[in-house]
Design a protein around this ligand. Structure first.
Ligand code: 5GP
Ligand code: ZN
Length: 114
């Protein structure tokens, strides 16, 4: 049995506030939002992190990006700007090991990250 939290959200075993979905990609609100808009975009196939991206599965990143941009438009944050973030591993700050793209916006975000 796969013990991955985000796989359980995909399977609808754990509830989430889903904002968009297609055959390959799911988007839902982050449970602990760090900005007025904070949405996670994930592949429906389990990929642990960016380290597992290969020539065979890299296209999923494009699909995730397109969904993020569509959501940015429907959320009305596209004109003002927004940020994509993917954390990898311990130094990257990854806490859930199912690759996810954070879509953050709705306020001026700081840089550099902490
Ligand atoms: P990471 O730190 O791995 O880049 O991001 C994981 C994100 O998942 C965090 O921003 C965290 O708030 C979010 N998260 C953790 N558990 C849940 C959950 O059960 N539901 C939702 N919607 N988000 C979660
Ligand atoms: Zn998973």
């Amino acid at each position: 049995m796969n013990d991955c939290l985000f796989c359980k959200i995909i399977e609808k075993i754990i509830p989430a506030d889903i904002v968009a979905e297609n055959e390959n990609v799911l988007a839902f609100k982050d449970i602990d939002s760090k900005a007025p808009t904070h949405i996670l975009i994930i592949p429906k196939n389990h990929i642990e992190s960016t380290l597992e991206l290969t020539g065979d599965n890299i296209n999923i990143l494009g699909e995730m990006g397109l969904m993020a941009n569509n959501i940015a438009k429907t959320e009305g944050i596209d004109e003002a700007g927004y940020r994509w973030v993917i954390n990898t591993g311990i130094n990257g700050g990854q806490s859930v090991y199912h690759i996810h793209l954070h879509l953050l916006g709705g306020r001026r975000l700081g840089w550099p990250p902490g």
